[in-house]
Design a protein around this ligand. Structure first.
Ligand SMILES: C[S@@+](CC[C@H](N)C(=O)[O-])C[C@H]1O[C@@H](n2cnc3c(N)ncnc32)[C@H](O)[C@@H]1O
Length: 261
């Protein structure tokens, strides 16, 4: 099975559903709403005038939100449908941004540019089989002194949902609908890989990045898992045996030296 093709087809099909969903709420986005949430805004800080590479940008709302904040942004995604829709959204809003269709793990082979910031968030790493290749894309895309920011769903939640916490050589293959409220029961085959937090951190360290921030939170900005409860002012939480489950984590890392490719 060609896992990359399987996931590309699945994300092409999901994109059509997501564009029309309340979850992504394109109408309010078009009127000026930012799709970025407090955890990533805190890590990113003032991005005005900065060059940003946004990995796994989906159909571009976060990318274009960063552009609205004054950054010069390039979004990368595997799904041709997502890139097509990102370009349409960009054109309809008259916002300047670049969108590239690529596997993030192979982006390094076609990219010549180095950025001030590399950013990626929420539901990204489980689609990648090889975190070393991913971390090398991150490191090689950064200028010396540049920063990488990741906000990701916590792997402990995957464990509680029946997936492995620790990496396995073979992916999990599932037939799944999507997480937006307008999912009509249509499913796609998807391949996902478990990544423990130590695997993520080790991959970034091995690529030569210096980890500067690591944090975990029981609150997610997204209502995209079963069993979540909204806590006003905080976000969505999940309880397991009456205790809060870690739902998201954040990492910021700096490129301190140029490694040869
Ligand atoms: C959950 S979405 C990311 C959501 C993102 N936070 C946003 O802006 O909505 C995951 C994205 O990863 C993309 N993706 C999956 N595998 C990929 C790969 N190998 N390389 C690049 N993008 C990939 C999918 O096409 C999808 O757009």
């Amino acid at each position: 099975m060609n896992y990359l093709e399987v996931n590309k087809d699945a994300w092409d099909s999901r994109t059509d559903t997501h564009i029309k969903s309340e979850f992504y709420d394109v109408e309010s986005f078009k009127k000026g709403r930012s799709s970025l949430n407090p955890p990533e805004l805190k890590l990113l800080g003032d991005v005005k005038g900065k060059s940003i590479l946004h990995l796994q940008c989906h159909f571009g709302q976060d990318t274009l939100s960063l552009a609205r904040m004054g950054a010069n942004v390039t979004g990368v995604d595997l799904s041709s449908k997502a890139i097509e829709q990102a370009n349409l959204l960009k054109e309809s809003l008259g916002i300047d941004a670049t969108f590239v269709e690529s596997d993030v793990c192979q982006f390094d082979q076609i990219n010549q540019k180095q950025f001030d910031i590399v950013f990626t968030s929420y539901g990204v790493l489980c689609w990648l089989s090889d975190l070393s290749a991913w971390a090398n894309t991150v490191a090689n895309s950064l200028k010396c002194g540049g920063k990488f920011h990741l906000v990701e769903f916590h792997s402990v939640n995957d464990l509680l949902s029946g997936y492995s916490y620790f990496p396995k050589s073979e992916p999990d293959i599932d037939e799944e609908g999507t997480y937006t409220e307008n999912c009509d029961g249509t499913t796609s085959t998807m391949a996902t890989w478990s990544h423990s937090i130590s695997e993520v951190i080790s991959a970034l360290l091995a690529a030569g990045l210096k980890i500067e921030v690591f944090s975990e939170s029981p609150y997610s900005p997204y209502n995209c898992f079963d069993g979540l409860e909204y806590i006003p002012g905080y976000g969505y939480q999940m309880l397991h045996k009456n205790q809060q489950v870690p739902l998201i984590y954040s990492i910021s890392a700096r490129k301190i030296t140029d490694k040869l490719k």
